[in-house]
Design a protein around this ligand. Sequence first.
Ligand SMILES: [Ca+2]
Ligand SMILES: [Ca+2]
Length: 247
Amino acid sequence: MFLFHQVSATDGDRGSFGTITYTLGLSSGGTLPFTITKETGQLCTSTVLDRDEGLDKFELTVTATDGGGLSSVSRVRVTVVDINDNRPTFYPVLYMVSLSTHSAPGTSVVKITANDPDAGENGRVTYRALPEGGSNLFTLNKDTGVISLSRSLHGKTNTVISMVISAEDGGGLTAPVNARVNVSVVAGSMASPVFEQGQYFFTVSEDVLRGTAVGVVRAGTKSGGNTCATIKHSLCDVIIAHLTLGH
Ligand SMILES: [Ca+2]
Ligand SMILES: [Ca+2]
């Protein structure tokens, strides 16, 4: 219980007609994580508040009632201030990518993401490539997490280049597990898979269960050389709903 505010009303009457009782209501409805001491008007929290998991603003209605039943209403706005209680977290922590030796410098390779549910600076994630592996071949955008090729991969056929990326929020907390990016370099004549459609649109209802199939995307590689080459369905993936939708 944390006392954070005290409201006060005055009443010019004597005796019970001047005795004030304070009551609390929530103007927007819902559960109330606050209590009021009815004799003093002291407002306290009744539970632990976490800005990252619940509401960050409350509008309370405090009613002061005298012994004769006359009342007056005052509104109290409560803002829950964020603290930096979450470390950035990579999900996934391992990224596997294939690149052709013909890929031009500047090509986007992959976008890595670490989530941090805190507000403002506490949730602003900055990425950094650790000085090991193949980090000199790639450029990492420290704000977006996009990794792009910065040099030619000529002569690196059939190698796997690894990078390790750390994440830090604006409050100085770092990700407990670094992300690893493994880039497989394939011969230039092997084309990368191409999706059959540039965009896919799927419709799901908001109460869909986790694990429900949402749709199918397909990609294939051209069989090379022939301009009339057919697309081979070498990859076929079913998109699975793994997030709770609507949040
Ligand atoms: Ca944080
Ligand atoms: Ca927080």
